[in-house]
Ligand binder design. Structure first.
Ligand SMILES: *[C@@H]1O[C@H](CO)[C@@H](O)[C@H](O)[C@H]1NC(C)=O
Ligand SMILES: *[C@@H]1O[C@H](CO)[C@@H](O)[C@H](O)[C@H]1NC(C)=O
Ligand SMILES: *[C@@H]1O[C@H](CO)[C@@H](O)[C@H](O)[C@H]1NC(C)=O
Ligand SMILES: *[C@@H]1O[C@H](CO)[C@@H](O)[C@H](O)[C@H]1NC(C)=O
Ligand SMILES: [Ca+2]
Length: 183
C-alpha cells in the first residue's frame, strides 16, 4: 500500500505541495480557465481583482505556458469565491514579466479585499465550435477549421455539399451563398 493510500484510509489531511509563486486556475471547465490561485509557502491562496488589467492576464497565461492564448480576465469571483488567504492585491503588470510575482503588488498577504473580489483568467485561444477559414486567397474563402477542446482542427470533405458550405458562411456571418470547392 502506498503512503498516499494509507493517508486516505486513516483520514490524514492530503497536502498538494506547491512551490512559492506557482499558479493554478481553479474551478473552470478546463485547466486553462478559472480562479487564479498562487502558492505561497506551500499554501494556495487567491488574488484580488483590484486594478487588474489585460497585461496581468497575459502574464498569468505566459507563466502557465499557454503561449498561444488569447488572455481574458474575470472580476468579482466569476469562478466562485476561494477560501484561505488572499495573497496578492493591487497587482500591476507591464505585460513583459514572466511570472505574476515579478509584477508590482502589495506585500504578500496585505490587501483590502475579500473573496468576492477573487480574480479569474482564461488562457483559451478559441471557443468550442468556433469556425475559421484558412489559406484562402481572400478572407471569405479557405479550408474550414473548427475549434474543439481549444484546438483548431480540420473538417473532412466526405459527403460535403454546398448546403454545408452555406451553414459555414452563415455561422461566420457572411450573408452570401456558400460554394464548396476542394482547396
Ligand atoms: C513565508 O515564509 C517566510 C519564511 O519563513 C516568511 O518570512 C513569510 O512571512 C511567509 N509568508 C507568508 C505570506 O506566510
Ligand atoms: C491553443 O491552446 C492549446 C492549449 O494550450 C494548444 O495546445 C494549442 O496548440 C493552441 N493552438 C493554437 C492555434 O494556438
Ligand atoms: C496595465 O496596467 C499597467 C500599469 O499598472 C500598464 O503598464 C499596462 O500597460 C496596462 N495594460 C493594459 C493592457 O492596459
Ligand atoms: C519590461 O519593460 C520595461 C520597459 O517597458 C522595462 O523597464 C522592464 O525592465 C521590463 N521587464 C522585464 C521583466 O523584462
Ligand atoms: Ca486593493
Amino acid at each position: 500500500m502506498t503512503g498516499l493510500a494509507i493517508a486516505v484510509l486513516i483520514g490524514l489531511p492530503l497536502v498538494h505541495c506547491c512551490t512559492s509563486g506557482e499558479l493554478q486556475l481553479v474551478n473552470g471547465d478546463t485547466p486553462e480557465v478559472g480562479r487564479v490561485e498562487i502558492c505561497i509557502n506551500g499554501t494556495w491562496g487567491t488574488v484580488c481583482d483590484d486594478h487588474w488589467n489585460h497585461s496581468n492576464a497575459q502574464v498569468v497565461c505566459r507563466q502557465l505556458g499557454y503561449l498561444n492564448a488569447v488572455p481574458e480576465f474575470y472580476s468579482s469571483a466569476y469562478f466562485g469565491a476561494g477560501t484561505g488567504q488572499i495573497f496578492l492585491d493591487d497587482v500591476h503588470c507591464a505585460g513583459n514579466e514572466s511570472s505574476l510575482l515579478e509584477c508590482m503588488h502589495r506585500p504578500i498577504g496585505s490587501h483590502n479585499c475579500d473573496h468576492s473580489d477573487d480574480v479569474g483568467v482564461s488562457c483559451i485561444n478559441c471557443t468550442h465550435g468556433e469556425l475559421r477559414l484558412v489559406n484562402g486567397r481572400t478572407p471569405v474563402e479557405g479550408r474550414v477549421e473548427i475549434c474543439i477542446n481549444y484546438m483548431w482542427g480540420t473538417v473532412c470533405d466526405d459527403l460535403w455539399t454546398n448546403a454545408n458550405a452555406e451553414v459555414v458562411c452563415r455561422q461566420l456571418g457572411y450573408p452570401t451563398t456558400g460554394m464548396h470547392t476542394n482547396i
